[in-house]
Structure formats: C-alpha cells, structure tokens
Design a protein around this ligand. Structure first.
Ligand code: HSE
Length: 308
C-alpha cells in the first residue's frame, strides 16, 4: 500500500466532568488526510484549506508526529500528506488531535501496521504538545480508538475503550476565539476536597452510566464543579444555552474540550436537532456566526476511505 485517504473525526474532550481523561468521537465535522509513502526520507505537508497553518514539518501538528515516527524507526521512508481541514483550529472539537492522530494512524497503515494503538497515541501526543504545550490524549484516544475512551494514564499510556451508547450529539461552534493554552492558564491550581469528592462521584457515575447504557445516570453525572465554572465565562451565552438545552430534553452536556464549542447529548435525533436549532438561534440573536453539528457518537474513529 503506497497511498491512503483517511476520514479523521472531530472529538469532544472532557465530557464535562472528566477533564483530560474522557473523550468521544463524533461523525461531524471531520478532516480528510491523503498520505503517500515516499522512498526518500522527506516529510511534505500540504494544507488544502484556508486556515493558514504552518506547513514546515517541525511546526505542523501532523508533521511533528511523522518526524518523531521517522526518528524512532531510523527509517529512510518519507511521507507526503495533504490535509483538507474542516475542523476549525481553536474550535474545541479536537482539530489538532485530528491532525496528530491522523498522522500517526496514516503512517502506521502505510508502514504495515507496525504500531499498537497505544504507540499511535504516544506519537500523536507530540502533535498535541506542539499545538497547546500539553501532552494530553483525551481527544487523540477517541479519534484513534473510536467511541468513548478513558485515558487512565498518559505515562505510561493506559487507554480504556468504553462502551459507545446509542446517543446523539448536538454541538455548536460559535466563532469566538478561545485558545486551549489560555483556557488552561485560567484554571485554579488547587481544588477543595469537597469539590474533588463531588467530581469523583460524577466521573464514576458517568463511566458506569456509559458502560451500562444507563442514560438517566449519564445525565445525572454530566456535572462539572471544577472546570466549567471557570471556563464558561469565556463562552457567550453558555448558561442560557445549557438551560434551554436541558429544557428541550438534553440528557446533559457542557463545554466541548476547552471551548468555545458546546455539546449536548440526547436520546433522539429530533431532540438533538431541536437543541442544535436553539443553539444556533441563541448566537444568531447576538450576531455571532456559528456552525451546528448533529451526529451520533462515532464508534469507529479514524477510517480509511481509499487505498491504493
Ligand atoms: N482536556 C483538554 C482541555 C482538551 O480541556 O484543556 C483540549 O482540547
């Protein structure tokens, strides 16, 4: 195999209470990445999108991952990668993770599947580090594994794939800038024992609800007493959208990754579509351009859509 084309999905990190440890893949939006295996040790990155991302491999999220793989293997093989990015950088929908995970997945496929999923996560984390300064895997893991994943640890890498409940995801991406590095900077460095206990209860409840398809438990557990109260101030109309979504039948939801996107889970497509419409009109009302997405949880993660 010399060429492949990947569909690399957006991901929702944190899942409200699971800061840096929980994440899920969705179907929309997604990036497309075309890979060509080269017989020379070059890494060539081309962006076919309008985001102005750097194409120099050491400064590109996909490029750095490929450089690390090449360095690790001491290989003479190179890669040409054409990235059609549709997941807007800085959206909170795992844009950098898509490039990083896609690079690790694509290289692995062209090299004959020599790496485990944990090893792909290991290489992809160099891309996240370049993008946000932190080697977190809560977007990368669901992108590579599909569905919902628990990052039990990044050192050593210990990823637990969870069940993928049959739920719909409504998401809105308002066009306001929230940089992950800034959204991490403002977080409190210390938390109270009371809040920690409440958060542990919610995370344990959420994971149990996911594993047992207990939608009521999932809804009751989608609460964040540590991160959301601080970060939500960066997102216009967050409280209003959350309240209206719950009234419209959402199980629960909150900030997607570090924001500004907001996501909600719902049992029925009609409910998710209704929520997406109310999210849209909330931002339309105040003249903030926005994009809405409705899809199911994506159990597959990255998919090879063409190979030659
Ligand atoms: N867990 C990360 C954060 C996700 O919330 O900062 C960033 O996409």
């Amino acid at each position: 195999m010399k060429r492949i084309r990947l569909r690399v999905p957006a991901t929702v990190a944190n899942l409200v209470c699971g800061f840096d440890i929980l994440g899920m893949a969705v179907h929309k939006p997604y990036d497309e990445m075309e890979f060509k295996l080269l017989d020379t040790p070059e890494i060539i990155i081309k962006h076919k999108d309008s985001f102005g991302l750097p194409e120099e491999p050491s400064k590109n999220v996909a490029g750095i991952v490929l450089l690390k793989i090449q360095e690790y293997l001491g290989s003479n093989k190179g890669f040409e990668v054409i990235i059609h990015k549709h997941i807007k950088p800085g959206s909170g929908l795992g844009s950098s993770a898509a490039s990083a995970a896609g690079a690790a997945f694509g290289a692995n496929a062209l090299l004959g599947n020599i790496f485990s999923r944990e090893e792909m996560v290991h290489f992809a984390m160099f891309g996240e580090e370049l993008a946000s300064g932190v080697r977190h895997a809560d977007n990368i893991a669901p992108c590579i594994y599909g569905g919902i994943t628990l990052v039990k640890s990044t050192n050593p890498i210990d990823i637990i794939p969870l069940n993928s409940p049959d739920l719909f995801v409504a998401a809105v991406h308002p066009q306001v800038e929230v940089k992950t590095s800034d959204a991490r900077q403002i977080l409190k460095k210390n938390i109270t024992l009371k809040n920690a206990v409440e958060q542990w209860g919610n995370i344990a409840g959420l994971v149990t609800g996911i594993q047992q398809n207990d939608f009521s438990l999932i809804g009751r557990s989608l609460n964040d007493v540590i991160i959301e109260p601080v970060r939500s101030i960066l997102i216009p109309k967050f409280d209003e959208i959350k309240t209206k979504s719950l009234e419209a039948g959402a199980l629960g939801g909150g900030i997607s990754g570090s924001g500004p996107s907001i996501f909600m889970l719902a049992e029925k497509r009609e409910t998710a579509e209704k929520i997406a419409r109310l999210m849209k009109s909330a931002y339309d009302e105040i003249g903030i351009e926005n994009f809405i997405y409705v899809s199911k949880i994506n159990p597959a993660g990255i998919e090879i859509v063409e190979k030659a």
